[in-house]
Design a protein around this ligand. Sequence first.
Ligand code: AMP
Length: 281
Amino acid sequence: MQIVKDQAGLSAAIAGWHKEKPAIGFVPTMGALHEGHMALVGRARQENTRVVASLFVNPAQFGPKEDLSRYPRTPREDEKQLCAAGVDLLYMPSVEDMYPDGVNATRHVESIGDHLEGVFRPGHFDGVATVVARLLQRVKPTRAYFGEKDWQQLQVVKRLARDMNLPVEIIGVPTMREVDGLALSSRNRYLSVEERQKAALVPAVLKTCAEKIRRDPSQIEAALIEGCKKLAAAGFRLDYLECAEAESCAPVRHLNKPARVFVAAHLGGTRLIDNTEISNQ
Ligand code: AMP
């Protein structure tokens, strides 16, 4: 696996493949890799002739009071995992390489990014859209892989690629979970042993909510209220538990289009997010 740390190195490495006319699969990450990330890499490996991964903790997507400085960083372990998984090229840019004119979120994806996470993390998706646009323009992949764990981000990225007319297929990969249902996340390592046990309530409440709504779509509000109560009683501080349209991520109280249940909840100092589909459970 070749490792490059700037745009020039990245372009040179990709240009070196031009004779093969490769199908390039791209997996952007913020590192502290786990099996969820590796599922994306596995899909990229299966479906393409070359795989590029990136590792960049993007300051533009963190709010001033968020966990940028303490975000877990394990670059040596990450490199080993990516190499073992058959990644051809790892792009690990510096902040200066990614943002030569200073860290600034310059892209906004209308509407999708304003709901759910957008309400509680203002500017977050502008930061995501900015970095993903730059990465897609630099790597020029055939396909790029994003986790359904961050469902709203996946929709923002799909819209971004469409709006920018980028010739890339954006592919969503199902969420990898622990045996008790907790979605794998780099942030799970912030949880104490006791919090880790409690955290399984998040996917359990999501599942119950989704089942209730599927059984009786007139009871969306009641199902959400009950879920909120369960989480609050267990000591979670909720940002939201919402039923929203799958594509637009707009909250809904009627099921006219495919919808999902989304949650963001704080447990101690850790913020957990997750989502699940309502139909076909
Ligand atoms: P991150 O490093 O947290 O920015 O995540 C990089 C990519 O991995 C994103 O597309 C995430 O949605 C995806 N991802 C994170 N956790 C999981 C998971 N548990 N299952 C599947 N994909 C995931």
